[in-house]
Design a protein around this ligand. Structure first.
Ligand SMILES: Nc1ncnc2c1ncn2[C@@H]1O[C@H](COP(=O)(O)OP(=O)(O)OP(=O)(O)O)[C@@H](O)[C@H]1O
Ligand SMILES: [Mg+2]
Length: 511
């Protein structure tokens, strides 16, 4: 740790941005304790740690979104007090938030330029903004129509728009808080290249991710937070992903994926035939066996999420659905829930959780019938269920009556899983089940999914993380541009074959 205490002037070659002994409390709970970190010009400094370790809080302090309880910030060796995010941006520090903070009813271009619209004379220059936004997103390796309203985009597409918006602000330090959490390997590769380019220009980068191979690939230095304290700091080339995992979790995470025995000749439980979701998925047919874990792979925009939303009645779709041979129709999501299908949305904030409510209310929301006693809700029974869920899913909440918005991202995800399981489903569709989840908890969630399959429940998993699909699924369907382009099992379930199908390009050609 470089210390520049007592040097008020610019330190040549010193860090661009430095936190010295920062602490942060929310009420009585201290979530950061004496944390010091710094970033040098042209350095990528990764911050890793379990869910709730304090990574996002630290980044918000660095970017002026929160004020420290104790400690100080230095920019070019000079102590500063940031009055807010705008002040931080003016001084060159920009933050790509973990949560998506775009205006859902504005277009991509309007969002990219929100608050700093381009104008021609007195009028807003829509054409220039559209072109600028298209290019900014293209620089990230994606193709998104700048005229589309953000509400219509997938979470991954929104993440890319948010990154594009931030990178248009002049910057000396860029903070990325889980930028790749819902990106597939192809988009991730493009983003890591962008980060390498900005590093080459002398920009300092803080980088947060639960995808440790990616951290290994991009970082120069790695700092590990545990329970709000720095517990380790190493040059990235001295650490392998398994070392990072051990430092984060405090134990060995040697085997991430559980052993499973693929069974032949399963009884079909769900049949989907010639199903279309207008604009997103065309003529999709597949079957799901009892106790099977079926993966859906594809690039951002392949239509996987929209297909599943169509199947469960969250958006209009048409085609045949049969459950145990019986034709079914789900005009709305309550109908599919009643039929025993639980759907876990990738959009935990928009579609999964009530952020302004506490844990208990959220947990029982989809299964309230179980908690009714005459006309009342049995609060005591709810509290027992919450205690069980907190234990079973290892939900780390400072207090049980916390609002969901105050939980760390990964802990929100665990609560969503717990909520879904309260409905006792026979078919479970999970969209990005481990988005933003730390590696120790991932291991628990994979075990949990395997156990559900062993109980005879059937599971569909959408994931942007290829290794995850390969690690836990019996079979993987691959989608491209709204169609199923292949299915792989056994030895064909490898990253190369899936990527070739998903992109339609032989490996090596894929940019
Ligand atoms: N506004 C708040 N009020 C109370 N507690 C909060 C608030 N914001 C964050 N916390 C708590 O601070 C701790 C650190 O949260 P933080 O979001 O920084 O974790 P994180 O390391 O980013 O985790 P994740 O990997 O899940 O994103 C958590 O226990 C969280 O519940
Ligand atoms: Mg976080």
């Amino acid at each position: 740790m470089k210390m520049t205490a007592g040097q008020p002037s610019i330190v040549p070659g010193g860090p661009l941005l430095e936190a010295v002994a920062l602490s942060k409390s929310f009420g009585p709970v201290e979530v950061l304790k004496d944390v010091s970190v710094a970033v040098d010009p042209g350095e990528v400094h990764a911050i890793i740690g379990e869910n709730g370790a304090g990574k996002s809080t630290l980044m918000k302090l660095l970017a002026g979104h929160l004020q420290p309880t104790r400690g100080e910030l230095r920019i070019d060796g000079k102590t500063v007090t940031l009055t807010g995010p705008v002040d931080a941006e003016r001084r060159g520090t920009v933050l790509v938030h973990q949560e998506i903070l775009l205006a859902p009813d504005l277009t991509v271009a309007q969002n990219v330029y929100l608050g700093r619209e381009l104008s021609k004379g007195m009028v807003v220059d829509d054409r220039a903004m559209n072109e600028g936004a298209r290019q900014a997103v293209r620089n990230l390796g994606a193709d998104i129509d700048p005229d589309v309203v953000v509400r219509c985009l997938s979470i991954a597409q929104r993440q890319l728009v948010q990154i594009a918006r931030v990178l248009l602000v002049p910057h000396r330090v860029v903070i990325f808080d889980e930028p790749t959490a819902s990106l597939t390997p192809i988009e991730t590769r493009a983003l890591l290249k962008v980060i390498a380019d900005i590093r080459a220009k002398g920009v300092g980068v803080f980088y947060i991710s639960h995808r440790l191979p990616e951290v290994k690939q991009i970082a120069d230095k790695v700092t590990v937070l545990r329970d709000g304290r720095v517990v380790a700091r190493h040059p990235a080339n001295e650490l392998q992903p398994v070392d990072m995992a051990r430092l984060m979790v405090g134990r060995d995470v040697a085997k991430l994926y559980p052993d499973r025995h693929a069974e032949g000749g399963r009884q079909t439980i769900l049949e989907v035939e010639d199903f279309s979701v207008p604009g997103f998925a065309q003529h999709v047919s597949f079957q799901l066996g009892k106790g099977e874990i079926l993966g859906f792979a594809g690039l951002v925009g392949a239509g996987r999420t929209e297909l599943m939303e169509g199947l469960v009645g969250l958006r209009p779709g048409r085609g045949a659905i049969r459950i145990n041979g019986k034709p079914r129709q789900f005009p709305h999501v309550d109908a599919s829930l009643k039929a025993g299908i639980a759907y876990l949305s990738e959009d935990r904030k928009g579609k999964g959780l009530l952020l302004a409510e506490d844990l208990r209310v959220n947990l029982t929301l989809a299964s309230l019938d179980k908690f009714r006693r005459s006309l009342q809700i049995d609060r005591a029974k709810e509290r027992v269920a919450l205690d069980r869920a907190i234990g079973e899913f290892d939900i780390r909440a400072g207090r049980k009556d916390m609002l969901v918005s105050q939980l760390s991202g990964g802990n929100q995800q665990k609560l969503l899983l717990a909520k879904m399981m309260m409905t006792d489903p026979s078919i479970i569709i999970v969209d990005e089940p481990t988005r933003g989840i730390d590696i120790g908890t991932k291991e628990q969630i994979y075990k949990f999914i395997a156990a559900l399959a062993a109980q005879g429940r059937s599971i569909i998993v959408i994931s942007s993380e290829m290794q995850e699909l390969i690690g836990i699924c019996d079979r993987i369907m691959v989608m491209r541009s709204g169609r199923i382009v292949g299915a792989v099992t056994g030895e064909h379930m490898n990253e190369n074959e899936v990527v070739v199908l998903a992109t339609g390009v032989k490996s090596g050609e894929a940019a």
